[in-house]
Design a binder for this molecule. Structure first.
Ligand code: CIZ
Length: 298
């Protein structure tokens, strides 16, 4: 009875796994993807129970986009140190300091922070969303490196916050140089959460969805991957004829690894831990997500 498939069928559940999840979780999930893919899937599915294998803000996002469904996060310790760097009160202070600026929140933020923001973005659509906003001044929270990357791609003034993802921020320039020396001919792609100095040494800066497409479509047979280690497993599995190297051992997110198969079974059995967003926050947070979806449609 503790069998995962039995409980999944009994609950009519769908299992979503972020690209940074451990291999065994990726293998058992119904769908894998980045925050945007998974948020859209959460909105489209009619499954009454969604098991979100990822971190807390992602489950909150699914709960916002799929109201009425039970969104389960198998281990509540799965937080995001980047999302934790900014609070709703911080956003209100930033607005008071820059009243003409639009507040653009990376999807790696709590629902309470999204509720104080004008629009959300993911690493995949940040440039497109920022370019389509009428405001010339942008407050971008919370990842400073992604904010600097955006500032380089737009003529708008981008005010950044001092948050970062520990795993991405710790990648060093000398690791890129070593990778080039050890894997000549490999295509080096890095996530925009790495430092601008590291990004400048790479062949391409893109989110995990972009990396999945590049690995499939590019002619190179060898890639150096500058994002969380979980994605390397997916890339190897989907492209067995190509080689993938993780750029740095620092690219490992401890909280993404809290999900276990037995944790998923318990969550399905107990219908807990369930992630819910209070109604007074949900309406405004949902508006910021809907605006992102409107600006990126088509
Ligand atoms: O947007 C996401 O899912 C994250 C956190 C990274 C990425 O690039 O997919």
């Amino acid at each position: 009875m503790d069998d995962l498939q039995t409980w999944k069928a009994r609950r009519r559940a769908v299992i979503l796994a972020h690209n940074y999840q451990p291999p065994e979780i990726q293998d058992l999930a119904d769908h894998q993807g980045d925050s945007l893919d998974l948020s859209l899937l959460a909105a489209r599915t009619d499954a009454p129970v969604i098991v979100f294998c990822g971190v807390h803000f992602m489950a909150e996002t699914a709960a916002l986009l799929a109201p009425g469904r039970a969104v389960l996060l198998p281990d509540l310790r799965a937080g995001c140190s980047l999302a934790d760097t900014v609070t709703a009160a911080d956003v209100r202070s930033l607005r008071a300091m820059h009243p003409r600026a639009a507040v653009v929140a990376y999807i790696n933020t709590s629902a309470a922070v999204k509720a104080e923001s004008d629009v959300c973005v993911t690493s995949a659509n940040a440039l497109r969303v920022v370019s389509s906003l009428p405001e010339e001044e942008i407050i971008f929270i919370p990842d400073r490196n992604l904010g600097q990357y955006l500032a380089g791609g737009t003529a708008k003034q981008v005010i950044t916050w001092d948050g970062n993802c520990r795993a991405h921020n710790e990648v060093r320039v000398d690791e890129v140089r070593t990778a080039r020396r050890e894997h000549p001919g490999a295509f080096i792609m890095v996530h925009p959460e790495v430092s601008p100095e590291v990004a400048a040494q790479a062949d391409l800066v893109t989110g995990t969805g972009g990396m999945v497409r590049q690995a499939r479509q590019r002619p190179e047979c060898e890639f150096v991957v500058g994002t969380e280690a979980g994605l390397v497993y997916r890339l190897r599995k989907e492209n067995p004829d190509k080689r993938f190297h993780l750029l740095s051992p620092s690219l490992w997110c401890p909280t993404m690894k809290y999900t276990t198969p037995s944790g998923i079974v318990s969550a399905l059995r107990d219908l807990a831990p369930r992630v819910e967003v209070p109604p007074e926050v949900a309406g405004r947070a949902r508006q910021a997500l809907d605006r992102m979806l409107e600006l990126t449609e088509g």
